[in-house]
Design a protein around this ligand. Structure first.
Ligand code: FCB
Length: 461
């Protein structure tokens, strides 16, 4: 059952509902969202510990102190994964467990946890897919500027190598960052995520330092022997509201630049797009970009992770104030979601995923793609036909992309189980497995049982 996520090359889908042989079926989680044990075994505080304790930042004052208690229940959770037939499990490592103050002494007990988890997974034939950064920056690094500071990128590369040296003999696939868009623009742009800053120029410096962190870490992982390296992005699949209106088309291009191409181009082509640099130069002097940086950022990667949930539609609207999570978006309006939405208010439009995948394949050819997150929030309950419909629709969108020639290697459901949904706390539930936060009991939702059948037949019904 063990599958190395980049080992197979996608063959065209056989029948209309079947996936290519070797297509990787997985589920994803992230450290702060599920682990709990926030003060155990030498873990240091992260920006999410600080942020969740700041009144008004997280719904209900919820924190990740206990979360799903996965730190203690990982064996039970891995047994659930095996029961579902998952070929791979995407989890993240908490930097503050490994280097509690970001750069100082290594905390072996933190590494021991991921060691146990890795062995448990391998023992059940499940491929561990490790993300090195899913947003829980050590607080001490934030005190020194966080991602607005260049040093953080170097600290990340050091930490990445420490983790690799412990797990690299058993973990095949390494993802540097999860959704740097969120780290930069929600963390330092609109402040909806930790560390909760509102600093447009700082958010752009953060973008660059996250890109740099990816490049530096990739160099170090590669030198230490890593073979399958990736980064996970959450592209904004943006369309002009009226495709025949030139101003709307220009608006969509600006959003595509500041949200997508500011990551895609340096990572996959080795340069920032000139129009994006020009556009943001009214916000920042760009002095954070140093000679040689784009070469460092532009490292060969083996797979590109794509997280996808919802489409965006924009139009030109003179006088519209800019959105802080899209610096330079003055005069651009985002359309409110229309049609069916999930419990978090995100519009459901699977065809948007097909558009995104075919666009990536067309504009950035040569890099295999993997859906590293896709899923939906729905109200509490185990009879979640809505979630089945959402995932079914998006898997059909993947089949359409495969039929169009996209090199898509796998799909990871977000999420294995209900968990701490960042600023929404525990009130938004994305899990295929229900978690009772009082008893920590796990119960398979209908979607989990349905997913098990999809995996078994490597296709939809
Ligand atoms: C993504 C995050 C993930 C989860 C889902 C719903 O942006 O990577 O942690 O919160 O959204």
């Amino acid at each position: 059952m063990t599958a190395t996520v980049t080992s197979t090359s996608a063959q065209p889908a056989a029948a209309g509902t079947g996936f290519p042989e070797g297509f990787v079926w997985g589920a994803a989680t992230a450290s702060y969202q599920i682990e709990g044990a926030a003060r155990e075994d030498g873990r240091g505080p992260s920006i999410w510990d600080t942020f969740s304790r700041t009144p008004g930042k997280v719904f209900g004052g919820h924190t990740g102190d206990v979360a799903c208690d996965h730190y203690h229940r990982y064996a039970e959770d891995v047994a659930l994964m095996a029961d579902l037939g998952l070929a791979a499990y995407r989890f993240s490592v908490a930097w503050p467990r490994i280097r509690p103050d970001g750069t100082g002494p290594v905390n072996t007990r933190g590494l021991d946890f991921y060691d146990r988890l890795t062995d448990e997974l391998l023992g059940k034939g499940i491929d561990p897919v490790v993300t090195l950064y899913h947003w829980d920056l050590p607080q001490t690094l934030e005190d020194r500027g966080g991602w607005t500071a260049r040093e953080t990128a170097f600290a990340f590369a050091d930490y990445a190598e420490v983790v690799y040296r412990r797990l690299g003999d058993r973990v095949a696939t390494w993802t540097t960052l999860n959704e740097p868009w969120c780290s930069a623009y929600l963390g330092y742009g609109n402040g909806v995520h930790a560390p909760g800053k509102q600093d447009p120029a700082g958010s752009l410096a953060a973008v660059h330092h996250l890109n740099l962190a990816h490049g530096l870490a990739t160099q170090r992982l590669r030198a230490a022997g890593a073979r399958n390296i990736s980064v996970t992005l959450n592209p904004c699949e943006v369309s002009p509201l009226d495709p025949t209106n030139a101003a709307d088309v220009a608006a969509a291009n600006i959003i595509d630049g500041v949200a997508n191409r500011i990551f895609f181009d340096p990572l996959l082509r080795g340069e920032y797009p000139a129009d994006v640099l020009e556009h943001i130069s009214r916000i920042t002097d760009l002095s954070f970009i140093e000679d040689g940086d784009t070469e460092i950022i532009h490292q060969p990667i083996d797979v590109l992770g794509i997280n996808f949930y919802t489409p965006s539609y924009v139009s030109a609207k003179p006088g519209q104030p800019g959105a802080l999570d899209y610096p330079g978006s003055e005069g651009i309006a985002f359309r409110k979601p229309v049609g069916p939405v999930t419990d978090i208010g995100w519009q459901i439009e699977p065809a948007s995923l097909t558009r995104l995948l075919t666009r990536m394949h067309r504009d950035y050819p040569g890099t295999p793609l993997m859906i590293t997150e896709n899923g939906a929030a729905y109200p509490e309950g185990v009879h979640d036909q809505d979630r089945i419909d959402y995932v079914d629709g998006h898997l059909r969108a993947c089949l359409d992309a495969l039929a169009a020639g996209v090199d898509l290697r796998g799909y990871f459901a977000w999420s294995l189980m209900d968990n701490f949904e960042w600023a929404e706390g525990y009130r938004k539930r994305f899990g295929m497995v229900h978690v009772d936060y009082t008893t920590q009991e796990r119960v398979l939702k209908d979607s989990a049982k349905w997913y098990r059948e999809v995996i078994k037949r490597n296709g939809l019904a």
